[in-house]
Design a protein around this ligand. Structure first.
Ligand code: ZN
Length: 503
């Protein structure tokens, strides 16, 4: 029997270990951020080595005997409070999962991933899937092995989704997509038969500096704390965090496409506001980490779509746009602008798609991954399968591999099971936003005045503050009173587009 004082001491040692681990991971994240932003070209060789060393160190700390014995002595200790007990049980789950991987498997996976990434880059550049096929086949094989290492109850793909969205299963995703896609398809058909709003004025010439200034102004207005974060330029927008007081976001500027930078700024700000809202005292512990990728994405999409693409938001912000770009938007009303940034158009590229067709892109990837992992589809059949599904669901012809199955980086990283979190993010976002509106009927009026402080406060209270203590479904229930219900998302789209397209 361990004494209470020993339990307290053991918990302090556990917390110290976890904080040191977080320090190593933050250093790693800072190096990776630097690699994408400011690192000189010649720095890449040593940087890869430094990243590998720190990754190894982090892995040693996650699987160390010291941590194991602390977790053993603390597991089920009744002297701990609820949060402390939850931290121990979550860390123990992570520990046991990491322990399942044989060292040889980890090495083989990381080697295959770095070869795959290079092959994918080349294949995309050369527009030839065959240049990526062998590596992808090896990777799929390893991922199949991984599902056996991790274990699953119903479908092997469940084991992979669990990595990104704990507890998410094929049964659940199939149910969501089967129920939703015919409705989205019906709405899309109606939209395609209606008169489409003009958006030619979004593809003009937009000075880079003015775009940057506008983006920074909007980010600050939404509540991004510039004393606890910064924005920089990178080739692909992303967000990363070292702790709640140092959160980095990046963007890119397209001089001929107005929407590209602004909406990526708002999207990444949504991610950043979540990280800046995590509890300081819980640094390094599960209670100080984000809940899941789906919940993370719900925050970026809530700000990007429910705020950034709303009429109320533009009522306040459109004057800023016309002040920065008087020529480009001369004679264009706020309503025309609002409709243009919400235009629906089936397209080939996922990251450029609208709020409605986006989910077809996700579902197609989900279906293909599921079939690859279950063995129903072979890698050499991917390009044909991709084309067939794009024709069936979006009525578009895929002209080549670069604009088809080679467009996303995920597979080359071995990230199978990641895509569904994007759709889940949108569905959670709609449910959260609907709840906030219900609790504060004046939210729209406030947004028209540029006031989103109350919304941020709600998110901080209901979602950000509890870290990873609750699973996504539990957070949803605590925040909104019910489990994930995709009806909120469908209703939101229906209301928005019936107004814009007059259908
Ligand atoms: Zn995102």
């Amino acid at each position: 029997m361990i004494k209470t004082t020993d339990i307290k001491e053991a918990y302090d040692l556990y917390r110290l270990h976890m904080r040191k681990l977080a320090d190593v991971r933050s250093a790693l994240a800072l190096m990776q951020w630097d690699q994408e932003t400011y690192m000189p070209v010649k720095g890449s060789g040593f940087r890869a080595q430094q990243v590998a060393t720190l990754s190894e160190l982090a892995h040693e700390m996650v699987t160390s005997e010291k941590l194991e014995s602390l977790l053993d002595s603390l597991y089920e200790a009744t002297e701990l409070n609820d949060t402390e007990r939850k931290n121990i049980s979550l860390t123990r789950e992570d520990f046991l999962k990491q322990k399942k991987y044989p060292a040889a498997f980890v090495r083989k996976m990381s080697e295959t991933i770095s070869r795959s990434f290079n092959a994918w880059n080349l294949a995309k550049k050369e527009n030839r899937f065959s240049l990526f096929e062998n590596e992808l086949t090896e990777l799929v094989q390893l991922k199949k092995e991984e599902t056996e290492i991790l274990g699953y109850t119903e479908h092997p793909y469940d084991a992979l989704m669990d990595e990104f969205e704990k507890g998410c299963t094929v049964r659940q995703m199939d149910h969501i997509f089967d129920n939703m896609l015919p409705k989205l398809r019906g709405l899309l058909e109606k939209i395609q038969h209606a008169k489409s709003p003009d958006d030619f004025f979004l593809f003009n010439s937009f000075d880079k500096k003015n775009q940057w200034d506008l983006g920074m102004q909007v980010i600050a207005e939404l509540g991004f704390d510039f004393e606890a974060g910064r924005q920089d330029i990178s080739s692909h927008p992303f967000s990363t965090s070292f702790n709640k007081y140092d959160v980095r976001i990046t963007t890119r500027i397209d001089e001929n496409d107005f929407s590209s930078m602004l909406f990526s700024c708002i999207h990444e700000t949504g991610h950043a506001l979540y990280e800046q809202g995590l509890p300081e005292s819980e640094y390094g512990l599960p209670s100080g980490e984000f809940a899941s990728l789906g919940i993370h994405e719900s925050q970026s999409r809530l700000w990007e779509n429910h705020v950034g693409r709303s009429r109320a938001f533009w009522k306040f912000n459109y004057p800023l746009v016309t002040e920065k770009f008087p020529e480009a938007f001369r004679g264009i009303s706020e309503e025309q602008f609002y409709k243009a940034v919400n235009r629906v158009k089936p397209s080939l590229i996922r990251t450029e798609s609208d709020e409605l067709t986006y989910h077809f892109h996700v579902m197609i990837r989900y279906e293909i991954e599921k079939m690859l992992i279950s063995g129903e589809l072979q890698t050499n059949d991917i390009p044909a399968c991709w084309k067939e599904k794009y024709r069936k669901w979006l009525d578009v012809d895929v002209p080549d591999d670069t604009r088809g199955c080679l467009q996303d980086v995920h597979w080359s990283h071995g990230s199978f099971g990641y895509f569904p979190t994007y759709s889940l993010g949108s569905f959670y976002a709609a449910q959260f936003f609907s709840r906030v509106k219900k609790e504060d009927p004046s939210l729209n009026e406030k947004m028209e005045k540029g006031d989103t402080g109350g919304l941020l406060h709600w998110l901080r209270q209901r979602i950000h503050g509890s870290g990873r203590i609750w699973k996504s479904g539990e957070i949803c229930k605590i925040a909104t009173g019910e489990e994930l219900n995709v009806t909120y998302f469908l209703d939101y789209l229906l209301e928005k587009y019936s107004n814009i397209y007059e259908i």
